[in-house]
Design a binder for this molecule. Structure first.
Ligand code: ATP
Length: 608
């Protein structure tokens, strides 16, 4: 098989390290690509990125520095101490090995022809051989894996010239940082195989549906631009996600989107691209990492609730309180990031999935279909369940309508809303941050610093562990002017098992089968109570919400006040009558006096 000497690649690495100009880098890459046989161009591209494959599927090299150090000592016939000393002095194992090797070989006439090592250790290394050996190192598993890794690495080092050893070690320990951006590689591929940068859009599109630079390079080198045009969305290969621009004025958003848009809750969780093929399900993150192992429950949900043989769907995974269904802040998902004990994490930190897009179904790509079509097909394909549903959405046509939907989303625990174009050109713009999607988040949030005392006026039945008791309570503030109780939140957090056991008993004497005449609510509770029991509550902030009746219309037409992420502090205020609860007026004051905290903005155009 045609191959390229590894030394050619290494010479290129040295030149790349010596330049900081992107143009010069592109030129160097073009020259390199042109002399690389198509058979190994994919391997060369991977190595140059310091990996063995595309990010979503590359096996981890994972050679610990200690192990690499031992391999160097063995290959050079030196003591570990000596290698360690050189490493400490130079701060890089690759450079240390290079220096030690140079020292070990007294200059000979052969050096002038660059052949000293090769002459001594056999044939020169090739790119294909190096890649294959590194792959064996990455894949070695089970007992004896360490030995196998060392043996392979030692064999490589023995055949390497000093310079080659330097880069081999950097690659194997994950420290090759040439700073060649993927976009520079795409530019160079365009020039090398299609004649000029003008072919970039075609190549970039292929890269967006199949973000594997090695694969793109190989198709280009072997089949030219026509081959690349034929690259299609493939189940199992993640598509580069579409991103949103940002605005914070509802009128401006609507005018950008042609006067109307589909507003969707912007859930605060982790984006997921789910690929389903029969019973096989793979999950990718926003950065296209394979996150299947973090969410076995989501895998199961996709299997159960997606009515298609093959499909690629997008949605947001959100941490929830299993007993109340309340959404929890994003940080709770961190528990799913650990490698082990996923089963336990699954129980303790359950999640819901909210689907918002369908990119492919049963052989048909929907990438170029407008959003209304994709959304309709999504509704057909997804059979909703308790934890697997479509993102809550609404077509909005006026700034007021958008504002109301936004406030409802925020009060429910979302970050804001996503406003999506419904126009004919509203395709799925892979890998691009464009104006077809506009995120509407808050520039500020507020901080609730004090507790409030609220009256229990209703309750919702619990699920899961809370079956048989209440999952959440509907809480109200008092309005002395009207002598009524107006709702501000649904609280399900902060209750201990003991609280949960005694709540039904405590509330039983006040239970009635209809809403109490002194309670003003827009929500339908499962159970209603005579206002009597007062609980102390704290939340993250007080926000506007169309769902609650406290101060309704006082601060904004058709919006009341709500407490976001409310929690019971543990204090039953038996010393307070319901009329002693925090008043509507006090909540309005608290809302106005809340400390304003800036919400950090991710600069547009930058991947967060
Ligand atoms: P941010 O930091 O604001 O989440 P980002 O740069 O990560 O922004 P953006 O494209 O700007 O990404 O914002 C969209 C993100 O919002 C998506 O990546 C996704 O995780 C999340 N999201 C939540 N709900 C939705 C929804 N209904 N539609 C699209 N994206 C959603």
């Amino acid at each position: 098989m045609a191959d390229l000497e590894f030394s050619a690649l290494v010479n290129f690495y040295e030149k790349i390290e010596a330049t900081s100009s992107r143009l010069a880098m592109t030129d160097l890459l073009v020259a390199l690509f042109k002399r690389t046989p198509p058979e190994v161009i994919d391997k060369l591209v991977y190595l140059t990125r310091g990996t063995l494959g595309p990010d979503y599927a590359a096996p981890e090299l994972g050679v610990a520095e200690k192990l690499a150090l031992r391999a160097v000592a063995l290959a050079l016939g030196l003591g570990a101490k000596e290698v360690e000393a050189a490493y400490k002095q130079l701060g890089d194992l690759g450079s240390a090995a290079e220096e030690l090797m140079k020292k070990r070989k007294p200059a000979s006439i052969l050096d002038f022809f660059g052949g000293a090592e090769a002459a001594q250790s056999g044939r020169p290394l090739t790119v294909g051989e190096v890649y294959d050996a590194l792959m064996r190192i990455a894949k070695a598993a089970g007992p004896g894996a360490q030995d196998a890794k060392i043996t392979t690495l030692v064999a490589l080092l023995k055949r390497a010239q000093p310079k080659e050893a330097k880069y081999l070690l950097r690659i194997v320990t994950g420290k090759l940082r040439l700073g060649v951006a993927d976009m520079t590689i795409l530019d160079a591929l365009a020039v090398a195989f299609a004649g000029s940068k003008s072919a970039r859009p075609i190549i970039e599109r292929a890269y967006n549906v199949h973000p594997d630079l090695g694969y793109i390079a190989k198709v280009l080198a072997e089949q030219g631009l026509e081959g690349v045009k034929g690259i299609r969305v493939t189940v199992g290969v993640p598509v580069k996600p579409m991103l949103a621009e940002r605005l914070s004025d509802p009128a401006e958003i609507l005018s950008k989107l042609g006067g109307a848009c589909l507003a969707e809750y912007k859930y605060d969780g982790e984006r997921v691209q789910a690929h389903k093929k029969g019973d096989e399900v793979v999950l990718f993150s926003r950065r296209l990492e394979n996150i299947t192992s973090h969410y076995p429950d989501v895998v199961e949900m996709v299997r159960e609730h997606v009515r298609a043989g093959e499909a690629i769907l997008e949605g947001e995974i959100v941490a929830i309180n299993p007993d109340t269904g309340e959404m929890l802040p994003f940080q709770e998902l961190m528990h799913r990031r650990r490698k082990y004990e996923v089963e336990e994490a699954m129980e303790k930190y359950p999640v819901s999935v909210f689907l918002f897009d369908l990119l492919y179904v049963d052989g048909e790509s929907l990438l170029d279909a407008p959003l209304p079509e994709r959304r309709k097909r999504l509704e057909e394909v997804v059979e909703e369940g308790e934890r697997f549903r479509l993102a809550r959405s609404q077509i909005v046509k006026s700034p007021d309508e958008l504002m109301r939907f936004f406030e409802e989303a925020v009060a429910e625990g979302c970050e804001g809303v996503m406003c999506k174009s419904l126009e004919r050109d509203s395709i799925y713009q892979m890998g691009a941050r464009g104006w077809l999607w506009i995120k509407f988040k808050r520039d500020y949030r507020y901080e609730m610093t004090d507790t409030v005392d609220l009256v229990v006026v209703g309750a919702f039945y619990g699920r899961g562990k809370r079956a048989g008791t209440y999952g959440a309570l509907l809480m109200a503030a008092y309005s002395p002017e009207e002598d009524v109780f107006k709702t501000v939140c649904k609280v399900g957090s902060g209750f201990t098992d003991e609280d949960l056991a005694q709540l039904p008993k405590l509330l039983e004497p006040y239970r009635i089968d209809h809403k109490h005449p002194r309670v003003v609510s827009r929500m339908e509770a499962d159970v209603w109570f005579v206002p009597a029991v007062v609980l102390e509550i704290i939340g993250a902030e007080i926000t506007l919400s169309p769902m609650h009746t406290c101060a309704l219309g006082k601060l904004r037409p058709d919006a009341g006040l709500a407490i976001r992420f409310p929690r019971f502090t543990g204090r039953y205020r038996f010393d307070k009558k319901p009329e002693d609860a925090t008043t509507e007026e006090e909540l309005v004051e608290m809302y106005k006096r809340q400390k304003k905290v800036a919400v950090p903005k991710a600069p547009a155009g930058e991947a967060a």
